[in-house]
Design a protein around this ligand. Structure first.
Ligand code: MYA
Ligand code: JJ1
Length: 388
């Protein structure tokens, strides 16, 4: 059934519900001297390469590979189109390892045909803070699928993560593997109904006309929250405090320090947007919201080639109701010309999804841990982690 995953230290389907197994690492670390020193073997036509994301040329090769071969929806109408600036941001957080940005090239032509990445993260699982990797952007060129290249790539990234004395990882996928920590649902808030319907992203439901849809999804022309402004560098300490405190209530969540908050939340045009609420009287930061920009290519549409999507990232409300905060996020996203605003049903998102006219998507996102067992799956609302 899962010839590769059966061999890996992950929760297995046969053990689901078996609460005699303890929570925590599945395997113990080995001495670093016992970690394999040479890369795994690739089929002889291919070679490993480290992808230096500082290089415009290499970053462009990665961008082109992903643009043409990365994740699609179930009906192959859309494909994620991460921008180069986004990839640079997502792959170079504080303390990142260049050696974890792994490519596979054709020896003869040097063409980049596969990719996988890791970045470091401190992840808290219940009461334990564990140094982990987040593994993402696994991609094999369409012409090289089903040749068992993915398991070799996963083993190689694992080896390079082990060389940094890290033994656990977190990852997400749209496919079911052994075995999810939690299963999340995508939700979508229409901002540009006409375009979404034109491109097949959404449909006019029963008894719905285009003009009724346009009216249904109309938003106020300006935000409601007093003291709402773009996050600035000087806000980092306050945002870190708010975020650390907020994330402490979830069973699984990252632990961010100031450097990481600066990296992940300081606004970057067309990559990440963050807004804080500064109290007009005390000048304290009481709330913030953030979203990242991840367009999708629209495959085979005569009128449009790109869907502009925002994804909710980390939000904290202490004073402004979360509903109002996210409504303001929708208004700003609309002003910035996004077509749709996406969210998962994690953290405290569920209550605002229905209220703010998000609709359930046809995609799910499964969250996984490598070499860390949980006794029972979590509810999405117990998860405080967003992967890009
Ligand atoms: S999720 C995004 C994944 N990318 C895409 O979906 C893009 C489009 N698809 C492709 O490029 C290919 O179809 C991929 C598979 C590359 C996905 N995660 O080579 P194969 C297993 C994990 O013949 P291909 C993301 O980036 C599959 O079950 N495993 O297949 C997070 C089978 O194993 P088994 C996957 O289709 C990635 C084997 O691969 C996935 O040519 C996290 C088949 O290999 C998947 N998304 O290539 C990776 N899809 O027989 C794990 C298929 O056992 C990280 N498979 O069922 C683990 C932690 C590592 C670090 C640990 C440190 C301590
Ligand atoms: O975007 C997604 N689905 C859309 C488009 C569906 C097109 C046909 N398959 C969707 N639209 C309906 C919205 C509608 C708005 C008005 C109200 C009712 C609802 O459902 C889906 C998510 O739902 N996206 C995908 O399938 C992309 C892959 C998701 C898995 C990604 C995993 C990879 C990440 C690795 O790190």
């Amino acid at each position: 059934q899962h010839k590769f995953w059966e061999t890996q230290p992950v929760g297995q389907f046969k053990d689901v519900g078996n609460s005699s197994l303890p929570e925590g690492p599945i395997e113990q670390p080995t001495p670093l001297s016992e970690v394999k020193q040479e890369p795994y073997n690739l089929p002889s036509l291919y070679e490993w390469t480290v992808c230096d994301m500082d290089s415009d040329e290499v970053c462009n090769e990665v961008y082109v590979l992903l643009t043409n071969n990365y994740v699609e929806d179930d009906d192959n109408l859309f494909r994620f189109n991460y921008s180069k600036e986004f990839l640079r941001w997502g792959l170079r957080p504080p303390g990142y390892f260049r050696s974890w940005h792994i490519g596979v090239r054709v020896k003869a032509s040097k063409k980049l045909v596969a990719f996988i990445t890791g970045i470091p993260v401190k992840l808290r699982v219940r009461d334990e803070v564990v140094r982990m990797a987040e593994v993402n952007f696994l991609c094999v060129h369409k012409k090289l699928r089903s040749k068992r290249l993915a398991p070799v790539m996963i083993k190689e990234v694992t080896r390079r993560i082990h060389l940094e004395n890290i033994w656990q990882a977190a990852y997400t996928a749209g496919v079911l593997l052994p075995t999810p920590v939690t299963t999340c649902q995508y939700w979508h808030r229409t901002l540009n109904p006409k375009k979404l319907i034109d491109v097949g992203f959404s449909r006019l439901g029963e008894r719905m006309t285009m003009s009724r849809a346009i009216k249904l999804y109309r938003l106020p022309s300006s935000t409601a929250t007093l003291g709402l402004r773009k996050m600035e560098l000087r806000d980092v300490p306050a945002v870190t405090r708010l975020l650390r405190n907020y994330l402490s209530r979830f069973a699984v969540a990252p632990v961010f320090d100031d450097d990481e908050v600066e990296h992940w939340l300081l606004p970057q045009e067309d990559v990440v947007d963050s807004y804080v609420v500064e109290s007009p009287d005390s000048h304290e930061i009481t709330d913030f919201f953030s979203f990242y920009t991840l367009p999708s290519s629209i495959l085979n549409n005569p009128n449009y080639s790109n869907l502009k999507a925002a994804y909710t990232f980390y939000n904290v409300s202490t004073t402004t109701p979360l509903l109002q905060l996210i409504q303001d996020a929708l208004i700003i996203a609309k002003q910035k010309d996004f077509d749709v605003f996406n969210a998962l049903d994690i953290m405290e998102n569920e209550p605002f999804l229905k209220e703010l006219k998000f609709g359930r998507g046809d995609g799910q996102l499964y969250y996984y841990l490598y070499n860390y067992r949980l006794k029972d799956a979590l509810k999405p609302s117990e998860l405080g982690l967003v992967l890009l």
